[in-house]
Design a protein around this ligand. Structure first.
Ligand SMILES: *[C@@H]1O[C@H](CO)[C@@H](O)[C@H](O)[C@H]1NC(C)=O
Ligand SMILES: *[C@@H]1O[C@H](CO)[C@@H](O)[C@H](O)[C@H]1NC(C)=O
Ligand SMILES: *[C@@H]1O[C@H](CO)[C@@H](O)[C@H](O)[C@H]1NC(C)=O
Ligand SMILES: *[C@@H]1O[C@H](CO)[C@@H](O)[C@H](O)[C@H]1NC(C)=O
Length: 817
């Protein structure tokens, strides 16, 4: 077999090359900085410290891939106040990397691969207040003591799985801390007094899993060194099984520690008994346990004789009782339960607190049984059927259980005459009865995250804070005069509840409902409202709402929208959907519709009037009328022509001339024209050669028009039946519409070629220049320029000549025909 190329290895090689190239070329720059100059460069896969603006105040490089921080990497960051390199692969930090960070107050190097710490690193960090070195694989702290120069240090956290040794002097220089955290689960060697110089402490957190299990004396020594009466102690990851593993608590008792908290505790019955014994008579006021596993059955009665009267608060959260059904009862715990004023048992699968145990809780003022398995039935038992046990109770928190009946609840708490706070949120209440009986002291009621659809007068009027958020309410109308805070977020309200019902309300949250809008008048009813949170609703961005909102936002009103303008977005109209109400600009058209409509009507009216005036001025109507008449006339002309086609045409021409004249000129026509042409007489001169001219027949509308016919038809037929048309032109003629029709028709005849071109004869009764005729009578103007016209002479002696010419004109061409 020859050499074979392994595809997967070559792929790896390629990937290797690729990643090297990436490593070299990836442009290590991070500019994800906000206005406060806080630069978030976490989770970016950086393999080297990236270039970041030297103005940065906070630099978060957590959860990258940085393995080495070299000397120059942080140069220029003199202003930097906080630096996090948490969760990298950091194995090497060169000696003077942090030297230039004079302003650094917080440094986080936790969750890395630092196998050794270097005392030089922190030499110049005089301003450092917080230092986190947790979870690195170093075995011990370096020498010389690394924290000497950190004069301002307030919070120090160090240690990890590899930490085996703490030597006297390791914490030299650290004299005053607020918080000390040491993870020393595998501590093997501890010099007495190593942590003892650190004093006083605000809080000390120790993780000493191994020592508690295998080296109890060492654990005792450590505890002894950090125990101070006022310093709360937090112990992590402790597994207490054997009766001697609780020995360190004799130290805390001796040192009079007041507050002890356990997290991630696993404990047996035996150890609890021993602990109670160890803490007999201790001044401890708070015992807090989170994330606990009880491997026993609650058989603690052997410690009954011990004294714990200092205990004020017992806090238990996230507890698992491994053998919950074997759990005896709390009954033997009277020695413990009679003292505390505050008891919290949260998320511990508690389904009942037997009435007899409740009766043991003599001092109880505050109880938090949230996130358990209580039902109406077991609550009834726990509160002893409402007989007023727990008479000092002020706060009852049974949030997150399986309760369903508000009337049962109110009956059970009715006699708790000091109860002020009742938190029954996250239960199954779906119905509110009409009447309930609450203690008259109740001020705070939380029924959020239930399934209520309506509310009734069940709500006590003494309430000052009411939380009904995340229900299914569609309206809210119960008068609550004392209410200061009302929470209605996450319901289905369409409008703000009427403000007149809440004369004292100062805070209203009504986010994520179905509000469309609200206005100043709605808010004015709330006399004392200061804070309103109404974002995430389906706002209709009408002009009124938008302008109201923007003016309120700009400080126009007394109500503040404390959830911020960015929570208020338009839902409709569609084109504004998603836009912030505060940023919307509506146009004048949208905002003043009535005004807009009236203005545009007015404008339209004015334009209409102007247009009308213009049309009138340009005689457009007249033109239209003319056109109509003309078309109609043309049609009737055709009709007559067809009729005529069959008959003779001789009968047609029965007049010599049709006289077109204005009614005002009738005098002249009747007195001069008609007598002269129709009844000619010899001229008074008695000339020998004078002859009497033949009479001519004239068609006058007055005389010859057929009554009852359309005037245009009459005109038409008169013209057709006349050989010529005589137009008597005068100012009056120009002014008369009908005369103009006649003119038109004659023209139309001219061009129709029905007669020869000289059918029209113009007589000017008064001197009338072409320019005196309005422009729109273009036909007349044209005619005047193309046809010679006769002027009626004012002087008598020239009239004979005029008549002569006229007669010639009327007859002359007749001979040519
Ligand atoms: C709880 O403590 C045990 C040791 O007792 C440890 O192994 C475990 O990781 C711890 N759990 C958490 C969540 O810290
Ligand atoms: C510790 O428990 C063992 C049995 O597990 C018992 O013999 C011993 O007496 C106990 N020690 C103390 C101090 O109670
Ligand atoms: C009641 O318990 C819940 C859940 O633990 C908590 O959120 C709430 O704040 C508590 N209520 C009061 C009044 O303390
Ligand atoms: C009411 O209870 C819910 C759920 O426990 C909690 O988140 C809320 O803060 C409480 N409301 C008030 C006003 O405390």
């Amino acid at each position: 077999m020859g050499h074979q190329l392994n595809p997967s290895s070559s792929l790896h090689f390629l990937l290797f090359l690729f990643s090297i190239t990436l490593g070299w070329t990836s442009n290590s720059t991070c500019d994800n900085c906000d206005q406060k100059l806080s630069c978030n460069c976490s989770y970016e896969g950086f393999r080297h410290v990236p270039t970041v603006t030297s103005y940065a105040l906070t630099l978060d490089l957590s959860f990258n891939d940085i393995a080495v921080v070299a000397n120059g990497d942080l140069r220029g960051h003199e202003r930097l106040k906080a630096l996090s390199l948490r969760g990298n692969r950091l194995a090497t930090i060169e000696q003077s990397v942090f030297d230039s960070l004079w302003s650094l107050e917080e440094l986080d190097l936790s969750d890395n691969q630092l196998t050794r710490l270097n005392s030089q690193w922190f030499n110049r960090l005089g301003a450092l207040q917080q230092l986190n070195l947790l979870n690195n694989p170093y075995r011990s702290l370096p020498s010389p003591p690394p924290f000497r120069a950190l004069l301002r240090l307030r919070r120090l956290a160090f240690g990890g799985v590899a930490l085996e040794e703490l030597r006297r002097g390791d914490l030299t220089g650290v004299t005053e801390l607020d918080e000390l955290t040491v993870h020393a689960n595998n501590l093997k060697k501890y010099d007495v007094g190593t942590l003892a110089d650190v004093w006083p402490l605000g809080c000390v957190t120790l993780s000493l899993h191994g020592p508690f299990l295998t080296n109890v004396p060492l654990a005792s020594t450590v505890l002894n060194d950090v125990s101070y009466p006022e310093t709360p102690m937090v112990l992590l990851d402790i597994h207490l099984i054997h009766n001697d593993s609780v020995h360190p608590f004799t130290e805390t008792t001796r040192r009079r520690v007041r507050s002890i908290s356990f997290r991630n505790l696993s404990v047996s019955d035996e150890a609890i008994v021993e602990m109670l014994v160890a803490m007999d008579g201790a001044p401890t006021t708070l015992i807090s346990v989170e994330d606990a596993t009880l491997t026993g059955e609650g058989r603690w009665e052997r410690a009954r004789w011990t004294d714990h009267k200092s205990i004020d608060e017992i806090f238990l959260r996230n507890a698992v009782v491994l053998d919950v059904f074997q759990f005896t009862s709390f009954l033997q715990l009277g020695f413990l339960l009679q003292y505390p004023r505050r008891v919290s048992v949260i998320n511990a699968r508690l389904f009942v607190l037997p009435c007899l145990s409740s009766r043991l809780l003599l001092n109880l003022q505050y109880v938090d049984l949230s996130n358990n398995l209580l039902t109406d039935l077991t609550l009834d038992e726990s509160l002893c059927h409402g007989d007023g046990t727990l008479k000092d109770l002020r706060v009852l928190n049974i949030s997150g259980n399986s309760l369903k009946s508000l009337s049962t609840l109110s009956r059970l708490v009715h006699k708790l005459s000091k109860l002020t706070h009742l938190d029954v949120s996250t239960n199954g209440y779906s119905y509110m009865p009409q009447v309930c009986s609450w203690p008259s002291t109740l001020r705070y009621l939380n029924i959020s995250q239930a399934k209520l659809t309506t509310i009734t007068h069940c709500l006590p009027i003494t309430l000052e804070v009411l939380d009904l958020s995340n229900n299914d309410l569609k309206s809210f109308s119960v008068k609550l005069p004392a209410l200061r805070e009302l929470h209605l977020t996450g319901n289905k309200l369409l409008m703000l509840p009427p403000g007149s019902m809440f004369s004292n309300l100062q805070l209203l949250t009504i986010q994520s409902n179905t509000l469309n809008m609200f206005g100043r008048s709605d808010l004015q009813d709330y006399k004392r409202l200061r804070n309103l949170q109404a974002g995430q609703n389906k706002f209709v961005c009408s002009c009124g709402f938008v302008s109201f909102f923007q003016s309120e936002m700009n400080g126009g009103g007394t109500v503040h929208f404390t959830d911020g303008a960015e929570s208020y977005a338009c839902d409709s109209p569609l084109y504004l959907q998603g836009e912030l109400v505060g940023g919307v600009h509506l146009s004048v058209v949208e905002c003043h519709q009535v005004l807009f409509v009236s203005v545009s009507c007015a404008v339209a009216l004015v334009v209409g009037i102007l247009l009308g005036a213009l049309l009138w001025r340009l005689h457009v109507l007249w033109y239209l009328k003319m056109m109509l008449v003309w078309l109609k006339a043309k049609r009737s002309f055709r009709r007559r022509q067809q009729q005529r086609e069959g008959g003779s045409s001789e009968a047609l021409l029965c007049f010599d001339a049709f006289v077109s004249y204005s009614e005002r000129d009738a005098g002249w026509v009747e007195n001069f024209l008609v007598p002269e042409l129709e009844e000619p007489r010899e001229e008074g001169g008695g000339a020998a050669n004078a002859q009497i001219p033949c009479p001519l027949s004239l068609c006058l509308h007055k005389r010859d028009f057929l009554p009852g016919h359309w005037i245009v038809d009459n005109i038409m037929s008169a013209m057709e039946r006349s050989r010529r048309t005589v137009f008597i032109l005068s100012e009056n003629f120009v002014r008369s519409d009908w005369c103009r029709y006649e003119l038109d028709f004659s023209h139309f005849r001219l061009f129709d070629g029905y007669a020869n071109s000289n059918t029209a004869i113009l007589i000017l009764l008064e001197p009338l220049s072409k320019d005196d005729i309005p422009k729109r009578f273009c036909k007349l103007r044209k005619l005047m320029s193309s046809t010679t016209y006769l002027e009626w002479p004012q002087e008598d002696e020239r009239r004979a000549e005029f008549w002569e010419s006229l007669r010639n004109a009327l007859r002359g061409e007749e001979e040519e025909d």
